[in-house]
Design a protein around this ligand. Structure first.
Ligand code: DC
Length: 232
């Protein structure tokens, strides 16, 4: 008998390896992987291109709604690179949205309610058929409060900063470890204290601190949890 499809909601702090983990889980289960952070990043890129940020680094009030009406996001799987790519009004922006500049502006955009409303609608549509692994900050609390499996992933700030720094350097993106650490701490703060859908652990989420774990160890942990959940 075919296994019933579920939704796996993976939330947690910035750069704790959510996307690597979510992708591995999706491959293992034959599910789609959806990176909800990429959507907020793409809106941020659009806001930057439209000159919506003032000198303080925060978006100018009032203009985001009008921008949202002009934004169309699409996720498409690239079979050659074997990855899902995000398109902003038809333009592939998967790499552009990972820059430090977008990272340092995105939490402000993600705190704006009309932005969240539009993103959550899109995310729920993607989950209608189940069989997805979605990572983010509010997936288990707001987007899919009924998800069958909720994981809250975390790791120490130092471990996360080092991982993120290494990733940026490997991609040839200029960065300093201090700058990366400060950006993460600031994003954690804004994401956890915003009024709309703050980052928090769902009461029925299972917490995993992966500071000292390899991806393989995390997969072993996942298999046990998944078995328990799907057994009844
Ligand atoms: O996962 P990420 O670092 O790519 O996310 C980018 C930003 O978007 C992050 O600072 C918080 C925000 N975000 C959010 O508020 N809700 C989500 N479901 C996903 C991301």
């Amino acid at each position: 008998m075919e296994q019933k499809k579920i939704i796996v909601a993976l939330d947690g702090h910035s750069s704790c390896g959510k996307s690597t983990y979510a992708k591995r889980i999706a491959v293992e289960l034959g599910y789609s992987y959806i990176d909800s952070g990429a959507m907020y990043r793409a809106v941020t890129l659009a806001a930057m291109d439209a000159g919506l940020f003032g000198g303080t680094g925060e978006p100018l009030p009032g203009r985001i709604e009008e921008l949202l009406d002009r934004i169309e996001l699409q996720l498409r799987f690239n079979p050659e690179l074997r990855r899902t790519e995000i398109f902003l009004n038809g333009r592939m922006v998967e790499d552009l949205i990972r820059s430090m500049e977008v990272s340092s502006h995105v939490s402000y955009i993600a705190a704006i309610s009309p932005v969240r409303k539009k993103m959550v609608e899109y995310q729920r549509k993607l989950g209608e058929e189940k069989g997805i692994v979605m990572d983010g900050r509010d997936i288990g609390t707001v987007v899919f409060p009924d998800a069958e499996l909720k994981i809250f992933l975390t790791a120490s700030l130092e471990v996360r900063a080092e991982r993120r720094y290494k990733e940026l350097i490997e991609k040839g993106m200029p960065a300093s470890l201090d700058e990366v650490r400060a950006n993460l701490a600031k994003r954690d703060h804004i994401d956890s204290t915003r009024a709309d859908s703050p980052l928090k652990q769902a009461s029925d989420a299972i917490v995993l601190d992966n500071s000292d774990m390899t991806v393989e160890q995390q997969m072993e942990w996942f298999r046990k949890i998944y078995e328990k959940i799907t057994a009844g």
